[in-house]
Design a protein around this ligand. Structure first.
Ligand code: OAD
Length: 307
């Protein structure tokens, strides 16, 4: 969509933030790079690293987050997952800036594509994890879907093991017992030993737990559409921070908000495929620090992530 050049200067940005009371912040990996978490598409990002390392035998580095690929070979993801599992990272000034917007009663919602849960660590409450998070994991076996807390699979992740479902294991055990009993009662004569093997192979990857992060080929939670529908009625400013806006449907948020909503981009690299009103280019932490000084605001101190 075309934009009229209504806003040009940092003064305009300060003015917009000052008079807006329903700000939507759309965040991405670029607000966590200063915490030591690489983004995806920069030259030192996760996809470049995966390509360089070449140890995972992926046709495309994005396959690491592809649902079909995961179901075929979950061990690949679990030999890598430890490197993106949220650890003792401390929120960046950019996270704290979003928290400050919330404290000032200006934050309508923070849509984040990040799975590092640093928004929670910064104390942001009005946050939507568009791509899920490691907070929970779910069994991938059709018809099971058992959910557990992410902490339950943490040890497996750090041991590079494929975590398995406790319910599926219990069901398998019960089935085996039943079969053994039936075999015994029939004197073992009518049962083919191969039956067991056939059953075990009914679902490849039986009982594999997958962290509840959204992979390519998976639908976003309905919350995304619901929140967007609600927020588009109220939003008066959109701030896009640290994202290349390359992944739909989250990137489409920009076009789903009313055309009159001013859009500010805070990012290291420009966005050329979508219209922004103002692009503040550079390190997001430095930019928000400058904005805070101009607004007369003080960023809350960093809180260590004790998780
Ligand atoms: P990208 O890696 O695509 O984009 C990160 C953006 O942040 C880039 O434009 C960088 O220039 C910018 N950036 C990096 N460090 C910065 C800094 N310190 N200050 C300011 N800008 C900085 O990451 P996302 O847009 O978040 O999805 O990626 C979107 C989705 O693609 C992810 O959620 C993930 C990925 O595939 C899934 O895995 C499903």
């Amino acid at each position: 969509r075309e934009k009229l050049p209504l806003y040009n200067t940092v003064d305009d940005v300060i003015d917009l933030i000052t008079r807006s009371n329903n700000i939507v912040v759309l965040g991405g990996a670029g607000i966590s790079t200063s915490c030591g978490i690489p983004d995806f598409r920069s030259k030192d990002g996760i996809y470049a690293q995966l390509q360089k390392e070449g140890k995972y035998d992926l046709a495309d580095p994005q396959d690491m987050f592809d649902k079909e690929y995961f179901l075929q070979d979950p061990s690949c993801f679990f030999s890598f997952a430890h490197s993106i599992f949220p650890s003792n990272f401390v929120p960046s000034p950019s996270h704290r800036f979003i928290k400050l917007l919330e404290e000032k009663d200006k934050l309508l919602r923070n849509y984040t594509q990040n799975i590092d849960t640093l928004e929670e660590a910064a104390g942001i409450k009005r946050v939507l994890h568009c791509h899920g998070s490691f907070a929970e994991a779910q069994c991938t076996t059709p018809g099971c879907g058992r959910r557990v807390l992410g902490s339950a699979i943490k040890d497996d992740i750090f041991a590079h093991n494929v975590p398995t479902c406790p319910d599926c294991a219990a069901r398998e055990e019960a089935k085996k017992l039943q079969r053994a009993k039936a075999k015994k009662s029939k004197g073992g004569s009518l049962w083919d030993d191969n039956d067991d093997d056939d059953d075990d192979n009914a679902f490849p990857g039986l009982g594999v737990m997958k962290p509840c992060i959204t992979f390519f080929g998976e639908k976003l939670s309905d919350d995304f559409d619901h929140c967007l529908l609600e927020d588009r009625e109220k939003v008066d400013l959109l701030i896009v921070m640290g994202t290349s806006l390359k992944v739909a449907p989250v990137s489409e948020l920009v076009g789903h908000l009313p055309h009159s909503t001013p859009v500010i981009l805070i990012n290291r690299t420009p966005v050329v495929h979508m219209a922004m009103d103002i692009q503040l280019l550079g390190d997001a932490d430095i930019i928000v620090d400058h904005l805070c000084r101009r607004l007369g605001w003080t960023l809350p101190p960093p809180k260590p992530n004790t998780d």
